[in-house]
Design a protein around this ligand. Structure first.
Ligand SMILES: *[C@@H]1O[C@H](CO)[C@@H](O)[C@H](O)[C@H]1NC(C)=O
Ligand SMILES: *[C@@H]1O[C@H](CO)[C@@H](O)[C@H](O)[C@H]1NC(C)=O
Ligand SMILES: *[C@@H]1O[C@H](CO)[C@@H](O)[C@H](O)[C@H]1NC(C)=O
Ligand SMILES: *[C@@H]1O[C@H](CO)[C@@H](O)[C@H](O)[C@H]1NC(C)=O
Ligand SMILES: *[C@@H]1O[C@H](CO)[C@@H](O)[C@H](O)[C@H]1NC(C)=O
Ligand SMILES: *[C@@H]1O[C@H](CO)[C@@H](O)[C@H](O)[C@H]1NC(C)=O
Ligand SMILES: *[C@@H]1O[C@H](CO)[C@@H](O)[C@H](O)[C@H]1NC(C)=O
Ligand SMILES: *[C@@H]1O[C@H](CO)[C@@H](O)[C@H](O)[C@H]1NC(C)=O
Ligand SMILES: *[C@@H]1O[C@H](CO)[C@@H](O)[C@H](O)[C@H]1NC(C)=O
Ligand SMILES: *[C@@H]1O[C@H](CO)[C@@H](O)[C@H](O)[C@H]1NC(C)=O
Length: 495
């Protein structure tokens, strides 16, 4: 199944034209050790200053994650518009190394080569942001006690936003870490590897179709797991393969159990991403999806009951998964071979390398507490795949050993981070959602998907998200006030 689901900000908001300027910073390729000190690359960043009034005002810094920085800029309207206006802040978005245009070795191909890819780690990325922020503040003429910095991010970017405050509180004054699964690591006390898939399941259970989707998974899994060697069985299966191919309208007919495994992965991708992006508004980013896509995908399943034939069951699954794969009805058949890559046109290599190094997020399904099937995390196989494909070896404990957060007590060493999460979002299963301390507020929002709060406020947003954003503004103001003139937020228009 998806052992390395890329955690992208999904959902486009149409921003009218470009309201930012693009710059490039000469960044060190390697921050650790000193032997490659002179090697630099151009790291992209965007600046939006239309709400910036007071020249010692707050810097709202987005910690770029795994994709071109414009993608995050386009999808973080809460920061670029709402927060920028509320705080009269200077908005800066910095691209993550090895993504977009920020290639340490000139171009994508050269940078992703084995050996050259070893500087693609979360720690190198954090160092990029620290080095940049120190320079940037100086270039603005800010002293240490001026121009407070707020780090903001969603998903993996939210993890970076949390960690940069945890490790570099001298550089970053406060953080907003949205849907940041900083607990989804093997050495986190009480990590529940199956929670991810049971939260996905919740989206479909609440809309009444998780049992029926499970029925389809079970049907496929029983065949996949059964011996198929004898001629007699082979003959029987052929008609089933033909039936499922026809019901799903597959581009290529399914002829063996490998085809069924592909179909299962095809379903995994659709149901996982629809849950992650179960937003209240229609979207058209990676794929066109209706409002509340997970809910919508349950409607075709209403045709299924316990007497339904295999053909009927998979005809419903076809319509259900089309909510994700073919909402614009541009495809004339189901390409079930797209599997793991089905969610994204982007090359996932960059994320995979991170997920093979210090960002290993183990998760598993069991088909009991979730609608999927039994698929434990395979440590040996994963390690071999990482070494074979990228020449790197995953370190499961590294992130929490170095950043902290192996248990709640450790978290008490940190402050001024707002952790927001949504109850529909599977990543919330590995994120701080329960009370930590007065300085580390958490907000677990009902009816909210993956960092819904970072998106531009819109009609139809759940009340939990509307109130959540208010709370975020309140805390962020409180945490940076001491580096601003008295009454800065009261008399903002004066600045
Ligand atoms: C971001 O939005 C701009 C303006 O709408 C658009 O031109 C650009 O293609 C978008 N970029 C990405 C990566 O989504
Ligand atoms: C893990 O989560 C599942 C699904 O919510 C739950 O049923 C199970 O009891 C949890 N396991 C542990 C050890 O807490
Ligand atoms: C869609 O389903 C979610 C639960 O998974 C629920 O919170 C939300 O209200 C539903 N939306 C609509 C429009 O029914
Ligand atoms: C396959 O579909 C045909 C009709 O297209 C039906 O007659 C047959 O019973 C189906 N077989 C199975 C195993 O569902
Ligand atoms: C089994 O199915 C896969 C995927 O459809 C296909 O690529 C492969 O050629 C098939 N193998 C045999 C032996 O038919
Ligand atoms: C399934 O078929 C049986 C026997 O024909 C019938 O009694 C039952 O009501 C059917 N169940 C559903 C859900 O249609
Ligand atoms: C179906 O789509 C494929 C690729 O999009 C195209 O090559 C093919 O001609 C289409 N077939 C029909 C019958 O429209
Ligand atoms: C990693 O892969 C290389 C070849 O690509 C191989 O020589 C080496 O033994 C592998 N290391 C491990 C630990 O499997
Ligand atoms: C900091 O973390 C350690 C565990 O590493 C814990 O024992 C200690 O109580 C924490 N300190 C504070 C002030 O919370
Ligand atoms: C806010 O600004 C107004 C007008 O500039 C001024 O009269 C007032 O004293 C200011 N209030 C505070 C609390 O600074």
């Amino acid at each position: 199944m998806k052992s390395f689901l890329v955690i992208l900000l999904i959902l486009a908001i149409s921003c009218n034209g470009q309201d930012y300027k693009t710059y490039y910073f000469d960044q060190k390729v390697n921050h650790e050790g000193f032997e490659m000190n002179d090697l630099t690359f151009k790291q992209k960043y965007l600046v939006k200053d239309d709400f910036y009034r007071y020249d010692k005002g707050p810097i709202l810094f987005y910690c770029g994650n795994e994709g071109p920085i414009e993608m995050f800029y386009n999808n973080t309207g809460f920061q670029t518009h709402t927060l920028a206006k509320e705080l009269n802040g200077l908005v800066v978005f910095m691209e993550h190394r090895y993504f977009g245009e920020s290639w340490p070795f000139g171009n994508e191909e050269e940078s992703l080569k084995k050996g050259n890819n070893k500087y693609l780690t979360s720690l190198q990325a954090l160092n990029d942001y620290v080095v940049f922020l120190n320079w940037f503040k100086k270039s603005l003429g800010c002293a240490d006690d001026e121009c407070p910095v707020i780090a903001i991010g969603g998903s993996y970017g939210g993890m970076l936003a949390a960690w940069i405050r945890m490790k570099f509180p001298n550089v970053v004054d406060a953080s907003l870490a949205a849907s940041a699964p900083i607990y989804q690591f093997l050495n986190r006390e009480g990590l529940n590897q199956t929670l991810f898939y049971s939260i996905i399941t919740r989206n479909y259970a609440q809309n009444g179709c998780s049992d029926k989707i499970h029925q389809a998974y079970q049907y496929l899994t029983n065949i996949i797991d059964s011996p198929m060697s004898t001629k007699y069985f082979k003959y029987q299966y052929d008609s089933i393969f033909a039936n499922i191919s026809q019901a799903m309208n597959t581009c290529e007919p399914i002829t063996n159990s490998t085809g069924l495994t592909q179909l299962r992965t095809y379903m995994d991708t659709a149901y996982s991403y629809m849950a992650m992006t179960n937003y209240p508004q229609a979207s058209s980013f990676l794929r066109s999806m209706p409002a509340w896509p997970a809910n919508a995908s349950c409607i075709p399943m209403e045709a299924v009951n316990s007497n339904s034939t295999v053909f009927e069951l998979f005809s419903a699954i076809k319509l259900s998964t089309d909510t994700f794969y073919n909402y614009d009805q541009s495809a004339n058949c189901s390409d079930i071979s797209q599997g793991d890559d089905g969610a994204s046109d982007n090359d996932m290599s960059g994320w995979n390398i991170l997920a093979c190094s210090d960002m290993v997020l183990p998760m598993a399904s069991n088909g009991k507490t979730d609608m999927f099937y039994n698929q434990p995390w395979n440590f040996e196989q994963y390690k071999e795949w990482c070494n074979y494909t990228y020449g790197v070896t995953p370190n499961y404990d590294w992130a929490l050993d170095f950043y902290g957060g192996r248990n709640d007590l450790e978290m008490e060493n940190f402050s001024n981070i707002f952790f927001s999460n949504g109850m529909l979002d599977p990543w919330s299963g590995g994120s701080p959602t329960e009370y930590l301390s007065e300085d580390l507020p958490t907000n677990y929002m009902y009816a909210s998907a993956h960092h819904n709060d970072l998106r531009l406020p819109q009609e139809g947003d759940p009340e939990s998200v509307v109130q959540g954003r208010e709370l975020e503004i309140k805390y962020l103001k409180k945490w940076i006030q001491h580096k601003l003139p008295p009454n800065y937020f009261i008399n903002k228009s004066d600045y």
